[in-house]
Ligand binder design. Structure first.
Ligand code: NDP
Ligand code: BG6
Length: 505
């Protein structure tokens, strides 16, 4: 067994040996080819290559087995690609990292070619095969991981080219997997069309739809938190919870991505995927096991219980100055902010508003889940009430979980005060490096663990929830309200929160 895989199993909590035996996720060794398509692009240099480097540095990618290929149309040499990404990988002053960096960069080769012609992919296949033969003495007996860091418009043709020219060819083991990035379509119809096109070429078990929020530490903690702690079990329902908020804020605008963003807007960019995935983990029932399919079955069920969104439970905003971007039309109605309430029609959640809120160019950068509990019945301290119990899970920055609760103000008087039980990761887990979401997810794709990836039926229901609203926004029937950059967003959003029963604690 290669050292990389051994580390994986040793370091993982769920993925210990018994888990591997029980669920059949078998650590594999042998030649591994990771192919980054769109290697010249933004995502590749900022996220994909840095994640690969960190995995390499920590011993998860065994240099005796792995080779990395970049592929794109831009005509550059191996060395030019290495130069482009070098600055994103490492603090070069750190001598230990600098040494690892130079070894890592030697594992990268670049092949230039189009996305829709066999000729380029045949050259790519030849390069992969040469690597395989050098390691295994057999062509095609490797694990081939294709990472599509590309605009979705080229997914179908790229998948077709991979299928035609670049599949793992050996019967002796190995596999071919495809990682695709959001956005997976623009609405239900386009997403289904994309799924069908890719689905004709690859099995669902070969397709890894990344939602990088599923790789965040505290998002991954949700199942443990909910189902491994006795004191949450009886409280996690409509009898005790008044409302749930899932919030994403950024303190910068669309900055250079105006063209992309204007076509999609904040609901497609953040809410329909990242925040909805978080909602699933907060609201789903306990899966019968930790098998990826069991978890994803529960996520689908809860999504299917979401009722259509009502227009009076939506507030859209657009920050002033958004249209100054040359790539954004002067009359754009695209929301850069949205608050929307989802309602789940099931026994656990009937009547509990799930408030999803996301915005760009706001007053802070933060992503958090806020679970607000109901008031204490027959409260004998009501005359000095300090606030409600609220459980906050801060996904970023500075990962933390804290519970707001009422305690006696220390001192001689019997006064109450709002305080916190605080688990701040920076303090509690000093010295523990929290991995980047992309590191974890790429490692999962290598291990064949689809738990943290979006299944086709999950994606379909996610689009079913938002498509009617998105179409109304696209037609201009729901308007975006202007808000000042650096503010909390439109005041109407706070009013909606209040109407939904949220109380500032
Ligand atoms: P880029 O616009 O940088 O595109 C990546 C590469 O694809 C480019 O270098 C270019 O390579 C090629 N390309 C660009 N436009 C086209 C086109 N119209 N037709 C064919 N090829 C094209 O995208 P990103 O790297 O920003 O994003 C890649 C994917 O990841 C997208 O699906 C995006 O939505 C998603 N994503 C990106 C994030 C980010 O932070 N950037 C975050 C989350 C998701 P060449 O011309 O050399 O072939
Ligand atoms: C991406 C969105 O999916 O997530 C971006 O396209 C957004 O608009 C980004 O900035 C936020 O990711 P994170 O991990 O920084 O919260």
């Amino acid at each position: 067994m290669g050292s990389g895989q051994w580390h994986v199993e040793k370091r993982s909590t769920f993925r210990n040996d018994s888990f591997v035996r029980e669920y059949g996720i078998v650590p594999e060794t042998g030649c591994l080819s990771i192919i980054v398509l769109g290697a010249s692009g933004d995502l590749a240099k900022k996220k994909t290559f840095p994640a690969l480097f960190n995995l390499y540095r920590q011993g998860f990618l065994n240099p005796d087995e792995v080779h990395i290929f970049g592929y794109a149309r831009t005509k550059i040499s191996d060395e030019e690609l290495r130069d482009r990404i070098r600055g994103y990988l490492v603090d070069e002053k750190n001598a230990e990292q600098a040494e690892a960096l130079s070894k890592f960069l030697q594992l990268i080769k670049y092949v230039s070619g189009p996305y829709d012609a066999e000729e380029g992919f045949q050259r790519l296949d030849k390069a992969i095969s040469e690597h395989e033969i050098s390691k295994n003495s057999t062509e095609g007996s490797s694990r081939r991981l294709f990472y599509l860091a590309l605009p979705p418009s080229v997914y179908p043709s790229v998948c077709k080219m991979i299928k035609t020219c670049c599949m793992n060819k050996s019967d002796l083991g190995g596999w071919t997997r495809i990682v695709v990035e959001k956005p997976f379509g623009k609405d239900l119809e386009s997403a289904e069309q994309l799924s069908s096109q890719i689905g004709e070429l690859f099995d669902e078990s070969q397709i890894y739809r990344i939602d990088h929020y599923l790789g965040k530490e505290l998002v991954q903690n949700m199942l443990v938190l909910r189902f491994a702690n006795r004191f949450f079990l009886p409280l996690w329902n409509r009898d005790n919870i008044e409302n749930v908020q899932i919030v994403f804020r950024e303190d910068f605008g669309t900055e250079g991505r105006g063209g992309y963003f204007d076509e999609y807007g904040i609901i497609r960019d953040i809410i329909q995927n990242h925040l909805l995935q978080v909602l699933c983990l907060v609201a789903m029932e306990k899966p019968i096991s930790l098998k990826p399919e069991h978890i994803r079955d529960e996520k689908v069920k809860v999504l299917q219980s979401v009722v259509p969104i009502s227009d009076d439970e939506v507030v859209l905003g657009q920050y002033e100055g958004y249209r100054d971007d040359d790539t954004v039309p002067n009359d754009s109605n695209t929301p850069t902010f949205a608050t929307t309430i989802l309602r789940i029609h099931n026994e656990r959640w009937e009547g509990v508003p799930f408030i999803l809120k996301a915005g760009k160019a706001l007053n802070s950068r933060k992503a958090e889940i806020r679970i607000q509990f109901k008031d204490v019945p027959g409260d004998i301290f009501r005359c000095q009430k300090q606030g409600r119990n609220e459980f906050v899970i801060r996904l970023q920055p500075s990962e933390a979980m804290y519970m707001k609760l009422t305690v006696k103000q220390p001192g001689l008087d019997m006064n109450t005060v709002q305080s916190e039980l605080d688990l701040s990761y920076g303090q509690r887990y000093q010295g523990v490096a929290i991995p980047e979401a992309y590191e974890r997810l790429i490692l999962d794709t290598i291990k064949g663990d689809q738990q943290h990836f979006v299944r086709r039926d999950e994606l379909k229901v996610a689009w079913e929830i938002f498509t009617p609203l998105l179409h109304r926004i696209d037609k201009g029937e729901v308007k975006s309200i202007p808000y000042k950059p650096g503010s909390r967003g439109p005041k109407e959003a706070d009013q909606l929160l209040e109407k939904a029963g949220y109380l500032q604690t």
